[in-house]
Design a protein around this ligand. Structure first.
Ligand code: 4NP
Length: 166
């Protein structure tokens, strides 16, 4: 999503660098939302500034492509103050992301903040492991976790709408 989206439901996926996990989550969720018939705007961002302006990690792009999802057009950015008002849901990959998000959150933020794995009843509270220093096999494993969670998230949004609390 570039600029402010127009759908009632607006979801931001957040990791540390916005080049591995959150772009994969954005892409997987886009595909899952289409399958679920869910009208939604989506984007991703990082809590850190290291990779601003960069495309996703080549391993993340390749893993997504192997699963039929194109994320090569995405550009990394850092979470902003406005994100806390223009998104209805901010979805973090791990506890460190949650801490980074909360540290940057305005006091009157309106977005609902949660962990991605909270979307799956039997994985609540679990992290999506950072694959940056791992190998291709770790990227594949992280993709399957992200794909399962974003599929569940899209279905739950389709059932419960913008009021969903994870
Ligand atoms: P991400 O992975 O948070 O899933 O995008 C990382 C990317 C870069 C770094 C750490 C994690 N880094 O330290 O540069």
């Amino acid at each position: 999503m570039h600029g402010v989206g127009h759908h009632e439901l607006r979801v931001l996926f957040v990791c540390l660098g916005n080049i591995c996990r959150s772009p994969m989550a954005e892409g997987a969720f886009r595909a899952a939302a289409i399958r679920a018939g869910l009208e939604c705007d989506m984007d991703s961002a990082g809590t850190a500034s290291y990779h601003i302006g960069q495309p996703p990690d080549p391993r993340a792009i390749a893993t997504a492509r192997a699963n039929g999802v194109e994320i090569g057009n995405l550009i990394a950015r850092q979470i902003t103050r406005e994100d806390f008002y223009r998104f209805t849901h901010i979805i973090a990959m791990d506890e460190a992301n949650l801490a980074g998000i909360r540290a940057q959150s305005p006091r009157d933020a309106t977005a609902c903040v949660a962990l991605l794995m909270d979307a799956l009843e039997d994985s609540r509270g679990k992290p999506v492991i950072d694959p940056y220093y791992g190998d291709e096999a770790l990227f594949a494993r992280v993709w399957s976790e992200i794909a399962a969670a974003t599929e569940a998230l899209a279905k739950r949004f389709a059932l419960e709408g913008v009021g969903l609390r994870l």
